[in-house]
Design a protein around this ligand. Structure first.
Ligand code: BT5
Length: 246
């Protein structure tokens, strides 16, 4: 029997497509089942939030979108649960500690190794979880403007073998199956253990302050001169981090 929680079937793989999220959304609108997975070797229009681009040289990254139905209240913490699962999969495969930059960028050695894009229509009962993970990317393959802020698993393993994309994908799907349905307290606890920003000075278009963890809804708590504020991931974009760790 195929469990409701089993992710990755059916699977559609593209050598090249515009965006795996776009493909998964279209499959969702046409009735594809819960757990459907779209993967690609390369994307011509891979994107992040607010129209930002996601850059991944062909064959160097894990590019995937997973269709989830009937998440209900799990929807709110999905970006955080996905970040935790990504960390666990990378830590298991590469033996390297990962951190999470609020709300859901995965960092290794304070550089971004993976990004998460959740899109969908919760009111229609579906959500697409998009993940881009830099696996074998070499420094010179990143666009110049990303070389100081991006990394890949191959760049951090120090000569050790990096798991193949298929192996990483399998570990990631299993980690997601566990974390997407995990108790909120467990997801929040695992997220907080990997909080990359806590104690750092953060800047956003409405101000700046010192990051002080997340609340139980996943909002970033920041101590400012005027008191504590809670920033909502859907509304606030942090400016790129500097070296101003408090
Ligand atoms: C994200 O957006 O980090 C979510 C990225 C999700 C990409 C996946 S790939 C599969 C699926 N299909 C899609 O079309 N998308 C998803 P955001 O937080 O908005 O960050 C975007 C920013 O990350 C860019 O503006 C760059 O600064 C940076 N960036 C772009 N490509 C990168 C890379 N390969 N590694 C590290 N940083 C990158």
């Amino acid at each position: 029997m195929v469990s409701h929680r089993r992710f990755g079937l059916p699977r559609v793989h593209f050598h090249e497509t515009d965006s795996t999220n776009a493909r998964a959304k279209s499959l969702a609108a046409n009735g594809a089942p819960h757990g459907t997975l779209v993967t690609a070797d390369s994307q011509t229009a891979g994107h992040g939030r607010q129209g930002r681009r996601w850059e991944a040289p062909a064959g160097s990254a894990l590019l995937m979108s997973l269709l989830l139905r009937e998440l209900d209240e799990r929807h709110a913490l999905l970006p955080l649960a996905a970040a935790v699962a990504l960390c666990e999969a990378c830590e298991g495969a590469a033996g390297i500690a990962c951190a999470i930059k609020w709300p859901n960028d995965v960092w290794i050695e304070r550089r971004k190794v993976a990004g998460i894009l959740v899109e969908g229509r919760p009111q229609e009962g579906w959500t697409v979880l998009g993940i881009g993970l830099n696996v074998a990317t070499r420094s010179e393959q990143f666009p110049p403007e990303l070389r100081a802020t991006a990394t890949s698993l191959a760049l951090v393993v120090d000569g050790r073998r990096v798991a193949a994309r298929a192996e990483l994908l399998d570990g990631l799907l299993r980690a997601l199956e566990a974390r997407v349905y995990d108790a909120p307290g467990a997801v929040l606890g695992a997220w907080r253990e990997r909080d990359a920003l806590i104690g750092s000075v953060v800047h956003w278009d409405g101000g700046s302050g010192t990051a002080a963890g997340i609340d139980d809804a996943g909002a970033l708590l920041v101590e400012t001169a005027a008191g504590q504020v809670a920033l909502d991931a859907g509304e606030v974009h942090l400016e790129p981090p500097g070296d101003d760790r408090a």
